[in-house]
Design a protein around this ligand. Structure first.
Ligand SMILES: Nc1ncnc2c1ncn2[C@@H]1O[C@H](COP(=O)(O)OP(=O)(O)OP(=O)(O)O)[C@@H](O)[C@H]1O
Ligand SMILES: [Mg+2]
Length: 328
């Protein structure tokens, strides 16, 4: 994928010696070939570029595919006998092109991090709500509306409501609506489907739980629905209860690298949002942790595929066997 390779040189990056002591596994794992799909929005952000830098500095081969800047030869996603990529990695963006490419790679039975099915479950908030609820994860009752005029069908005794875009992210277009009259006054962007939930009374801050794949971290963040709240945004200790809630969400969705937003209510902690590959702000050595997880998942999936092939040899018949064939 030469047209899309990142030109940054890993040789210019300083290797952090203390990180290598703790994360030697990243350095000692035999080199793998990875393709990071980087959406336009993240081209100049810390993540996922910092993970790419760590992996390269440890001798792994990482190409960066920028779907917003290059035409992609889909046949280059195929696994050939030269095993072009061991895994594809995506930090998704709402309605971005990266998800199609990740799923295309998965369609050719190439490992994806996170798992492409898990990303689909988390990315669509309606799907995520039902997935969480079905598995017994505490989650607010949620209505789906294809346009804002339908929201007046929600019973008046469910107010106050929170209305948000179904494909929302980065706190866009989130409204607290206190009454049906207020709903009628609102000019809600109707370009996509909407979700509505009862507003859950909370202290004015979210706890963001991040799972880097090896450990859960927690930070406090002011809720956008409480802009004036007196909140110190900081990293906090993770209680066993929060850790087990975060891990349960990971298992239910099948995510390896993810974050969840939770609020503390009178009835206990409630999950409001599940994000595959968040930015891991304030998480110490996040890039190293994530690099290690990417390698572990890649290795685990390679082993699972090998044993699946061994137990069902007649089912697995790769159509393409060489790079030359794949180019046609
Ligand atoms: N039902 C609710 N009750 C109380 N507060 C809510 C509710 N839904 C959302 N909020 C508040 O709004 C914030 C944003 O909601 P949500 O996480 O669903 O949207 P988002 O656009 O995905 O945000 P981001 O991706 O930036 O985390 C929540 O973190 C929470 O503070
Ligand atoms: Mg959120």
């Amino acid at each position: 994928m030469t047209s899309s390779s990142d030109t940054r040189s890993s040789a210019t990056k300083q290797i952090d010696v203390s990180a290598i002591r703790e994360f030697g596994e990243v350095l000692l794992t035999p080199p793998v070939r990875l393709c990071f799909i980087v959406e336009e929005k993240y081209e100049n952000e810390v993540m996922p570029g910092a993970v790419v830098d760590v992996l390269r500095s440890c001798g792994h081969h990482v190409d960066v595919l920028r779907p917003n800047g290059t035409v992609t030869d889909l046949w280059e996603l195929l696994p050939t006998d030269a095993a072009r990529y061991d895994a594809f990695v995506l930090k998704t963006v709402s309605s971005g092109p990266g998800q199609s490419l990740l799923e295309a790679a998965a369609a050719a039975d190439v490992t994806t991090v996170n798992d492409h099915r898990a990303i689909r479950l988390a990315r669509d908030k309606a799907v995520a709500a039902v997935r969480a609820r079905a598995a017994g994860i505490p989650f607010p009752k949620t209505w789906f509306a294809s346009k804002s005029t339908l929201l007046d069908q929600i019973p008046a005794d469910s107010y106050p409501l929170v209305v948000k875009p179904n494909n929302g992210s980065a706190l866009r277009d989130i409204y607290r609506v206190d009454s049906p009259d207020e709903l009628a006054q609102l000019d809600i962007d109707d370009s996509g489907s909407l979700l509505a939930q009862p507003y859950l009374p909370n202290p004015g801050y979210d706890v963001k739980l991040y799972n880097t794949g090896d450990e859960v971290f927690a930070t406090v963040k002011r809720s956008p629905l409480h802009p004036g709240a007196d909140v110190v945004e900081e990293k906090i200790p993770v209680t066993p209860e929060l850790r087990s809630l975060a891990r349960a969400v990971g298992r239910v969705f099948g995510l390896d690298i993810y974050g969840i937003d939770v609020v503390e209510t009178a009835g206990g902690w409630v999950v409001l949002d599940v994000n595959d590959f968040p930015s891991f702000g304030m998480v110490p050595q996040a890039a190293w942790r994530l690099a290690r997880t990417v390698l572990r998942v890649t290795r685990r999936q390679a082993e699972a595929r090998a044993s699946a092939r061994a137990s069902a040899p007649t089912v697995y018949r790769p159509v393409l066997t060489s790079v030359a064939e794949a180019r046609q």
